[in-house]
Ligand binder design. Structure first.
Ligand code: S3P
Length: 427
């Protein structure tokens, strides 16, 4: 539980947000199935990525982690060993779904479980295509939920038309195809984040992208490399919005990942009228990053929907808060995927922001926010969802009186030092 009061002055300063969660997971996973020693700088030591490390250790891979520096000693996919224990992914959807893809290539039994949130999240979107590729995979309610049991081995490449724009589904199928016979390809309805494609190329694989279709030839080997993980734009998002809506603020965030499949939040904040500048863009061929500065701005309501949704799906809770401080109405649509995140994020955002006085209503595929409202401190709850807890902490900086955030420790899933950094900006 954390108690916060309204910021007495603007949020000002420069900080570096922790490493990107999606890239950190993949660096460990790909290092574990590559041959040789992979080194990772800027790794996110959050609970989700630590779950990935612990799963690969149980599969016999040596992984040494010291803060944000990690060494992974991979022996190829064939070097993975049958685990003696269940593989516990904790709260991490990326861990379980990508691991199902990798384990489709291993001819042994494994069992994947997670926490009570993971137990409610849909897994059939991954178990179904993997079954079609030849993996023996099952789970509660016909492969829909954890626990998942799996015996991989003889996987064949295939084309998969994914019904959802999900990088986790796309990645699981591509990873299963890595050792399979023939070509594996995935077409998505809208393009999702492309970290898997970029990182497989960095590990020496040949991966083709043609519009919304990604394909790779099977039986490719990964070669160990060094990976520099940029800051997570999904973590930066909390300070981008805080900087825009808390009066008299100016915040610079260094080395923020700027992969174009992730920068929807910058486009939307700019469209809402936020003063944002981006400098020092580097590393464009692998994962671009740069320094982002934001200043207090009067925001206007907007419409958020269509193909920008996968480019900002994890930022919708904090964008909903931004919309409470914008003039006019903000409509968020085409975002039904929010219902199957760590919590049902349509319900949790609406329920918790209303407690603080926001005028927001849920719709079938998003929400409508009527701005601008003045917020008041209240007793709110993250419901164990890291991004809801951090959004509420930013709301508390604006709210009159005291805000008590129950289950605020959920922030450690993706941002272990979030509350310290928030405090630093207030000094
Ligand atoms: C992720 C993909 C997204 C995102 C999640 C991380 C990834 O999920 O919401 O936080 O690392 O591939 P979906 O693939 O379900 O859209």
């Amino acid at each position: 539980m954390t108690k916060l009061t309204k910021a007495t002055q603007g949020l000002r300063g420069t900080l570096q947000v922790p490493g990107d969660k999606s890239i950190s997971h993949r660096a460990v996973m790909f290092g574990a199935i590559a041959k040789g020693k992979t080194t990772i700088n800027g790794f996110l030591p959050g609970e989700d990525c630590l779950s990935t490390i612990s799963c690969f250790q149980k599969l016999g891979v040596t992984v040494e982690q010291n803060g944000d520096y990690v060494e992974v000693y991979g022996n190829g996919i064939d070097g993975l060993k049958e685990p003696k224990e269940v593989l516990d992914v904790g709260n991490s959807g990326t861990t379980i779904r990508l691991m199902m893809g990798i384990l489709s290539n291993t001819p042994f039994h494994s069992c994947l479980v997670g926490d009570s949130s993971i137990a409610k999240r849909p897994m059939k979107r991954v178990t179904e295509p993997l079954k079609q590729m030849g993996a023996q995979i099952d789970g509660r309610e016909g492969g829909q939920f954890t626990p998942i049991s799996l015996r991989g081995g003889q996987v064949k490449g295939m084309h998969y038309d994914s019904p959802v724009a999900s990088a986790q589904v796309k990645s699981a199928v591509l990873l299963a195809g890595l050792k399979g016979e023939g070509v594996t390809s995935v077409t998505e309805p809208l393009q999702s984040r492309d970290h898997t494609e970029r990182m497989l190329r960095a590990f020496g694989c040949s991966v083709q992208t043609d519009g919304r279709t990604v394909s790779l030839q099977g039986q490719q080997e990964l070669k160990a490399v060094h990976i520099e993980v940029p800051g997570d734009i999904s973590s930066a998002a909390f300070f981008l919005v805080a900087g825009a809506i808390v009066p008299d603020s100016k915040i610079t965030l260094k080395k923020v990942g700027l992969n174009p499949t992730r920068t929807g939040i910058l486009d939307v904040l700019k469209a809402m009228g936020a003063a944002i500048t981006i400098e020092n863009i580097q590393n464009e061929e692998f994962e671009p990053f740069g320094d982002v500065t934001i200043e207090t701005s009067q925001l206007q309501g907007t419409e958020i929907g269509g193909d920008v949704i996968p480019r900002l799906i994890d930022e919708i809770p904090i964008l909903a808060l931004a919309a409470t401080q914008a003039q006019g109405v903000t409509v968020i649509k085409d975002a039904a995927e929010l219902k199957v995140k760590e919590t049902n994020r349509i319900d949790t955002v609406v329920h918790e922001l209303r407690k603080m006085g926001a005028n927001v209503e849920a719709t079938e595929d998003g929400m409508i926010v009527y701005g601008k409202s003045s917020l008041s401190g209240a007793e709110v709850n993250s419901h164990g969802d890291h991004r809801i807890g951090m959004m509420l902490a930013v709301a508390a900086c604006l709210a009159d009186g005291e805000t008590v955030i129950e289950n605020s420790e959920a922030a450690a899933v993706s941002y272990p030092n979030f509350f310290e950094q928030l405090k630093e900006l207030q000094q």
